[in-house]
Design a protein around this ligand. Structure first.
Ligand code: PMP
Length: 399
């Protein structure tokens, strides 16, 4: 009865890990998936997470959470994103629900806009963007449109003129997706000055700013600094949607901890929105997983543990920045690899910069695996493998 079901392609990002696992080469490297690794290439459990988990052990039953999740967690997540001093937080104007990490937040957001948004049910995504954004919003029933974001080739960087022109030409009243920080996959963010201009353009076209914040703290090492864009938009009078993920900044990938929120114009509006979010979530997955939300709440809710966590986030961000500096020096000064590699230092989080044929050569000849668009996760580099990596890039570039 399923004879008509065609085989689908492997996931473009998770498929890289599968290819990596199949390889038996001793120097094989996986720089595909954007999960943090320590300097030995191993997954990293944050000490603050370990402590929180130990403090929770044996204290709780395994009962269901409410549809919107753990309320201690969502109120702390809102404070982290919007700022503890935010008037919206103080006045109870943030409608929020726990979500199945950032992906789930995006999906709930897509569904909410599809059902309730009174404007144009089309969302503009940057080109390029995180690959999963496209099916998430399509499957939510929104029309996906694009705006230019990135200049590839020699002049790697933000296509600022393209961003402004495309948003100025966007259909009035549509939705626009913005990566709050550490744009995936380019690693290039607007400057604070450019965010200010973006706020103006978005306002003038009555576009609805929909922020995806999957890397708060992971970009600069400072959670407040990384929340600049959504907070600035709110100051400027925008209503926003916001997706949060604790996968990266707490290393809680598989625990699936996140939140979706919308700013409301009154506490009464917030309550109406939340009631409709529950109506969407109940038939999707009923209620979210509990364990990771308890961990995140234990960290965010304890000033001492929270300070420790902030330090650990900075440690992860700093290690990546250090890898950027080392890789830049190796390519530019040691190997004198042809090309300008300065983007390696200026980009944030993850970077592209390799051409498809170079990417292919790295996989086939050097057993270095990354996504086909040339996105390299800097977290896959460490003091042990960066020399080999730089040499392989050098060879690939020289052809
Ligand atoms: N948005 C962006 C831009 C991402 O890079 C990711 C993770 N790769 C996510 C959302 C969501 O990830 P998760 O569902 O694991 O939180």
């Amino acid at each position: 009865s399923w004879a008509g079901v065609p085989a689908g392609p492997p996931d473009p990002i998770l498929g890289v890990t599968e290819a990596y696992k199949r390889s038996t080469h001793p120097k094989k490297m996986n720089v595909g998936v954007g999960a943090y690794r320590d300097d030995n290439g191993k997954p990293y459990i944050l000490p603050s997470v370990k402590q929180a988990e130990e403090s929770l052990a044996g204290k709780f039953d395994k009962e269901y959470l409410p549809i919107s999740g753990l309320s201690e967690f969502t109120s702390l997540a809102a404070k982290l994103a919007y700022g503890a001093d935010s008037p919206l937080v103080k006045e109870g104007k943030i409608a929020i629900t726990q979500s199945i990490s950032g992906t789930g937040a995006l999906r709930i957001g897509g569904a909410f806009f599809q059902r309730h948004y009174p404007g144009v049910k089309a969302i503009y995504l940057p080109t390029p963007t995180w690959g999963n954004h496209i099916p998430i919003f399509k499957d939510s029933g929104l029309e996906v449109r694009r705006y230019r974001y990135f200049t590839p080739g020699e002049a790697v960087g933000l296509d600022w003129a393209g961003v402004v022109e495309d948003l100025k030409n966007a259909e009035e009243g549509a939705i626009v997706l913005l990566h709050a920080c550490a744009h995936n996959p380019t690693g290039i963010d607007p400057t604070p000055e450019q965010w200010k201009q973006l706020s103006e353009v978005i306002k003038s076209k009555k576009l609805f700013p929909f922020f995806d914040m999957a890397y708060q703290g992971f970009a600069s090492g400072d959670t407040t600094k990384d929340a600049f864009a959504p907070r600035y938009f709110i100051e400027q009078g925008h209503q926003i949607a916001l997706c949060q993920s604790f996968a990266k900044n707490m290393g809680l990938y598989g625990e699936r901890v996140g939140a979706f929120s919308l700013t409301a114009s009154s506490a009464e509006e917030k309550a109406r929105i939340e009631s409709q979010i529950k109506i969407l979530v109940r038939p999707m997955y009923s209620n979210p997983p509990v364990h990771g939300a308890r961990i995140a709440a234990a960290i965010l809710g304890d000033p001492k543990l929270n300070a420790q966590w902030e330090g650990e986030v900075k440690g992860m961000a700093d290690r990546i920045i250090e890898m950027r500096n080392v890789l830049y020096d190796k390519l530019t000064h040691e190997l004198k690899t042809p090309g300008d590699w300065s983007h390696i230092k200026s980009q944030i989080g993850i970077f592209t910069g390799l051409k498809p044929e170079q990417t292919k050569a790295l996989a086939e000849k050097a057993h270095i695996y990354m996504t086909a668009d040339g996105r390299i996760s800097m977290a896959g580099l460490n003091s042990h493998n960066i020399g080999y990596f730089a040499e392989c890039v050098d060879k690939a570039v020289r052809g």
